[in-house]
Design a protein around this ligand. Structure first.
Ligand SMILES: [Fe+2]
Ligand SMILES: [Fe+2]
Length: 326
């Protein structure tokens, strides 16, 4: 192919990509895509996958301390779902030509991030309920629009993930409702958990739009469909009536309904805190990474055994094939 031919074909591919995005159709793994689009997706999907896996830790701590068999079974199922979400997402990332080992390596070396929210401690069983209600609720706000993301494998993974997230949110809310109908001490425990998790949950949507340089490109590529601030506002609008129903107070004196705008006004999260936590200086960052590293090391024998088994099966198939050929 001459230089002009390849330049022409590059222009054609790029025009085809732009047209696919413009028509709201999906980009699939076999399609040509700009390097920046691929890199953005790898970063976003990996960060999402890591968050699902690290996110098992704060609640996982309460599986052995759950107050009843029913609560233990629910929590078990929820935490296992998160493991499943991590696996779908690592698979979606692999369709972009990067493997899971490499992504895990990047996480363990601190070159890739996970959601800031999982660096906060779970101090009581009410935290399990509040995580389901707020954190899985915020995940729903974030992820429902991702079901229409322009990258096919990511969008399809999100459909099932979102169905499970909605179970997670309900189990959290139902737990809190039960506690709110219990004793004074239980109600106080719920309010305390709400006070601690509210602001970190609002931070989950990321920095404000003015401070989020990659957002505009992600939206132009239709990877993201809504801005950080828009998603944050939707979360607040969704959560306020639920808080009223539960009978808890959201810890924001500026929170009020704005009739004119048809949405809530609310205070500004402490974005300096968000930056500190993202940079590694949150209450539990060191512990989360330590446990993740240990789990990875403890799992080495499983990966080695699986690889040895696969090699043995392959060798066996080849010997059988040779036998048949002879
Ligand atoms: Fe999840
Ligand atoms: Fe979840």
């Amino acid at each position: 192919m001459s230089g002009t031919d390849s330049a022409e074909s590059a222009t054609r591919l790029s025009a085809h990509f732009d047209a696919t995005i413009a028509h709201d159709q999906r980009i699939e793994p076999r399609d040509w895509m700009p390097d920046g689009y691929r890199a953005t997706l790898v970063r976003q999907i990996a960060q999402h996958a890591h968050s699902e896996i690290i996110g098992m830790q704060p609640e996982g701590e309460w599986i052995t301390k759950a107050p009843s068999l029913r609560r233990k079974a629910i929590l078990f199922a929820k935490v296992q779902d998160e493991a499943g979400h991590g696996l779908y997402l690592y698979s979606a990332a692999e369709t972009l030509g990067i493997d899971r080992d490499e992504l895990t390596e990047r996480l363990l070396q601190g070159r890739q991030k996970y959601s800031s929210i999982f660096n906060y401690p779970t101090l009581s069983f009410a935290d399990v309920g509040v995580i389901g209600w707020f954190v899985d609720g915020a995940a729903i706000c974030n992820q429902v629009p991702l079901c229409r993301s322009s990258y096919g494998p990511y969008a399809r993974a999100m459909v099932r993930v979102c169905k499970e997230e909605s179970f997670h949110q309900r189990q959290g809310f139902e737990l809190l409702l039960t506690m709110m109908r219990g004793t004074e001490a239980q109600r106080a425990q719920v309010q305390d958990a709400v006070d601690r998790w509210w602001w970190p949950s609002l931070m989950m949507f990321g920095p404000p739009d003015d401070d989020s340089p990659n957002s505009a490109q992600s939206m132009a590529w239709k990877i993201k469909r809504h801005s950080n601030d828009e998603l944050r506002r939707r979360f607040v609008d969704m959560t306020v009536p639920q808080a009223e129903f539960l009978g808890v107070t959201l810890p924001d004196p500026e929170l009020r309904w704005n009739e004119e705008r048809g949405t809530h006004d609310f205070g500004t999260p402490d974005y300096a805190e968000l930056m500190r936590v993202i940079k590694g200086d949150g209450p539990c960052n060191a512990q989360r990474m330590e446990r993740r590293t240990k789990a990875h090391e403890d799992g080495a024998w499983v990966r080695e055994a699986a690889a040895a088994h696969a090699a043995k099966q392959q060798a066996l198939r080849e010997t059988t094939k040779e036998g048949t050929a002879a």
